[in-house]
Design a protein around this ligand. Structure first.
Ligand code: Y39
Ligand code: FE
Ligand code: FE
Ligand code: FE
Length: 231
C-alpha cells in the first residue's frame, strides 16, 4: 500500500513522457469504446430478441467514448487514433468476419467476454493511478462494463451445450491476439504506473470467472484462459 501511495505521488501527469504514452493508451480506449458501440449494434441485429438491451449497451459505449475523450482533453493530449485502429485491427477483423457468417457465439466471445474482460482489467488497474478527473470517469465506466460482460455470460450460459465447440475455436483464434496487444502496450502502460503483470493477472481472473459462470469446468478454464500466453 505504502509503495502504491509513493508511486502515485511521483506521477507527473504533465510530463512529456506521460503525455506521450497517454496519447496512445487514451486513443486505444477511445477506439475500443467506438468499436464496442458498433459491435453491440451488430449484435442487436444478430439477436433480435435482445435488441433493446443491446442497443442500450451500444449507447453506453458511446458515452464511455465521450468520457475518455474528455480525459485526453483534460491533460491536453491528442490521441493517436491511427495507432489505436491498428492496435484493434486483429480483433476487429475477426469480429467482422464472424458477424458476416452469423456466428453469434464468436461475436459474443470477442466483444462481451474478451474485450470486456480486457477493459475491466485495464480500468481496475488504472483507477488507483489515474489523475483525479480520469479516475471519476473511469469509476463510472467500469461499473457498466460489468453489465456488458454479464450479458455475454448469461446468453452463453443459456446456450452452453450448443456453443461449447465454437467457443473453444473462437478462444483459440482470439486469445493469442489479446496477449500480443498486451505486449504492445506494456511499455506505455508502465509509464502510467500500470504493470503488465497486474493487467495479465486481472484479465485472467475476470475471464476465468466468466468461463466458469458460462459452464466450463476448472480444467477447461485453465486450458482456455492461458491459451497462447507462453508463445
Ligand atoms: O467494452 C468496452 O467498453 C471496451 C472496449 C473498451 C476498451 C477496452 C480497451 C482497454 C485496453 C487498454 C489497455 C491499456 C493498458
Ligand atoms: Fe501495500
Ligand atoms: Fe465501454
Ligand atoms: Fe463495454
Amino acid at each position: 500500500m505504502q509503495q502504491l501511495v509513493e508511486e502515485i505521488e511521483k506521477i507527473d501527469f504533465q510530463s512529456e513522457e506521460y503525455k506521450d504514452a497517454y496519447s496512445r493508451i487514451n486513443a486505444i480506449v477511445i477506439e475500443g469504446e467506438q468499436e464496442a458501440h458498433e459491435n453491440y449494434i451488430t449484435l442487436a441485429e444478430l439477436l433480435p430478441e435482445s435488441k433493446d438491451e443491446l442497443i442500450k449497451l451500444s449507447k453506453m459505449e458511446s458515452r464511455h467514448k465521450k468520457g475518455f475523450e474528455a480525459c485526453g482533453r483534460n491533460l491536453q493530449v491528442t490521441p493517436d487514433m491511427q495507432f489505436a485502429k491498428e492496435f484493434f485491427s486483429g480483433l476487429h477483423q475477426n469480429f467482422q468476419t464472424a458477424a458476416k457468417e452469423k456466428k453469434v457465439v464468436t461475436c459474443l466471445l470477442i466483444q462481451s467476454l474478451i474485450i470486456e474482460c480486457f477493459a475491466i482489467a485495464a480500468y481496475n488497474i488504472y483507477i488507483p493511478v489515474a489523475d483525479e478527473f480520469a479516475r471519476k470517469i473511469t469509476e463510472g465506466v467500469v461499473k457498466e462494463e460489468y453489465s456488458h460482460l454479464n450479458f455475454g455470460e448469461v446468453w452463453l450460459q443459456k446456450h452452453f451445450a450448443e456453443s461449447q465447440a465454437e467457443l473453444d475455436q473462437a478462444n483459440r483464434q482470439n486469445l493469442p491476439i489479446v496477449w500480443q496487444m498486451l505486449n504492445q502496450v506494456a511499455d506505455d502502460a508502465r509509464v502510467l504506473a500500470m504493470e503488465k503483470e497486474a493487467l495479465v493477472e486481472d484479465f485472467m481472473i475476470q475471464y476465468g470467472e466468466a468461463l466458469s459462470k458460462i459452464g466450463f469446468t476448472t480444467r477447461e478454464i485453465m486450458r482456455l484462459s492461458a491459451y497462447g500466453l507462453a508463445t
